[in-house]
Design a protein around this ligand. Structure first.
Ligand code: HAM
Length: 437
């Protein structure tokens, strides 16, 4: 074994302590926001049978064809996959536990997903999503609610300051409408086959819709002239789509209809949408989702309509950072210093007593000079240093010193009896916080 330094898997990132406060801030805002719309959390396993994703996402998709981390369980030979998205697992859980038996469900999840993509800014092999699914609702009102809800989140997060976040919508219709569109699309693309690239030619008969989504500029002209799904919609699909748009207008939400938006997963029908920003370069889709009415039945459940979205946390967090959101790093209230020897176990007790009083406390570990401990106390971001020295202990007291400039209490070091220490510090913190307001 060499002593070569080990590194993380390419495209999989550490969240370092310096960045954690921003993620924590985001997660706290998001959980409040989800609760305010009546969503309940569901957590499903990170590993699921491979077949689940193949069946739901679709065999001829980038995800299933080339991006899944799949492996055989060494012990029983089962084919397993690290989840590349949430929807499939959540739908499996709904069917398995009959969750929509009594009433529809509004569900959310948050966590890591895995796709073997080429890593670049905003695109990783392990990434994170906030995922929302509203299951058992058929009408356009819930489609609009999800979109309105997202518009509210962008405001809560203050990310417009980094650049506009725009909404694109499309309607993919129902099975029969899609079949007719697909037939005409294949015929059209076949007529232009010489202009297609290898990938498009390969997908011509297996997944022609995805050709509309091609990033190859050479295909742009062919794609622009292609038959549009919106011209194939029947009365019911049109009414649904118009219903969504009417509610968005009432809510004052701007959108554009993009008839070429197809989404990368096969389970969608009717409404699909994406929120996009230009502030992040090539990977600007913050959030994508849509309706998947046939999915639950296809997975062995009773026919149940559904709609949801996935939001890329790395991308949204980058926008929050670009918008300059002031997120204070987490800091303790109190840093406890001691002189080593017999003062150390007493400092331990003092720190625990302060935690009993409800304070966040960091206790100096190991032995060091007072000067160097004071430096550490300053760097910790704590508001107060509590010094447990020999002479203080002889008086059953500790010395308290404010660490922040401009502090009104304990700007000068003062002795506080140990039985009153917790209360005195809580009082001081409350007084400072009130002054700040
Ligand atoms: P998706 O469009 O594949 O949809 O992903 C949703 C969002 O996840 C994207 O818009 C993007 O922000 C983020 N994302 C995707 N791949 C990566 C990556 N490699 N690195 C960083 N961020 C990424 C779904 O996953 C559907 N399950 C959403 C859904 C839920 N539809 C209905 N319900």
């Amino acid at each position: 074994m060499s002593n070569r330094k080990l590194a993380a898997v390419r495209g999989m990132n550490d969240l370092l302590p310096a960045d954690a406060p921003l993620w924590e801030w985001f997660e706290a805002r998001v959980t409040d926001w989800l609760r305010s719309y009546g969503y309940q959390q569901i957590r499903t396993p990170i590993v699921e049978p491979t077949e689940l994703f193949v069946k739901s996402i679709g065999e001829v998709t980038d995800i299933v064809e080339k991006e899944m981390y799949s492996f055989e369980d060494r012990l029983n030979g089962e084919q397993l996959t690290l989840r590349p998205e949430f929807t499939a697992g959540v739908m499996r859980a709904i069917v398995e536990h009959n969750l929509t038996y009594e009433s529809p469900r509004r569900l959310w999840s948050m966590g890591p997903l895995f796709r073997h993509e080429r890593p670049q800014r905003g695109r990783y092999r392990q990434f994170h999503q906030v995922n929302v699914e509203a299951v058992g609702f058929a009408g356009p009102d819930i489609d609009a609610e999800l979109i309105v809800m997202l518009a509210r989140l962008w405001k809560i997060l203050g990310i417009e300051k980094a650049g506009r976040v725009r909404l694109e919508l499309n309607c993919l219709g129902q099975g029969d409408e899609r079949a007719r569109h697909r037939q005409d699309l294949v015929a059209y693309l076949a007529r232009h086959e010489t202009h297609l690239d290898d990938e498009a030619r390969r997908r011509l008969h297996s997944n022609p819709l995805r050709i509309l989504d091609s990033k190859n500029p050479a295909l742009a002209e062919v794609v622009i002239g292609a038959p549009r799904i919106t011209d194939y919609l029947g009365a019911a699909s049109r009414a649904h789509f118009e219903g969504v748009q009417a509610l968005l207008r009432v809510a004052g939400i701007e959108f554009t209809i993009n008839p070429r938006m197809v989404r990368g997963l096969d389970y969608y029908n009717l409404t699909v949408f994406e929120w996009i920003t230009d502030a992040l370069g090539a990977q600007g889709t913050l959030c994508g989702g849509g309706r998947y009415d046939p999915l639950i039945e296809r997975m062995g459940g009773r026919p149940t309509p559904g709609i949801g979205f996935g939001m890329g946390i790395e991308r949204v967090v980058e926008l929050i950072r670009a918008a300059g959101m002031p997120v204070a790093p987490a800091a303790v209230d109190v840093y406890v210093l001691h002189q080593g020897g017999a003062t150390q176990p007493r400092a331990f007790q003092v720190a625990e007593a302060l935690r009993d009083a409800g304070l966040d406390v960091q206790l100096h570990a190991g032995e060091a000079s007072m000067r160097s401990q004071m430096k550490k106390a300053d760097a910790s971001g704590a508001q107060y240093a509590v010094i447990v020295g020999q002479s203080e202990l002889e008086q059953d007291a500790a010395a308290v010193k404010a660490l922040r400039p401009g502090a009104r209490r304990y700007a000068e070091q003062a002795l506080v009896p140990l039985p009153q220490l917790g209360e005195a510090l809580v009082d001081a913190l409350v007084a400072e916080a009130e002054q700040d307001e």
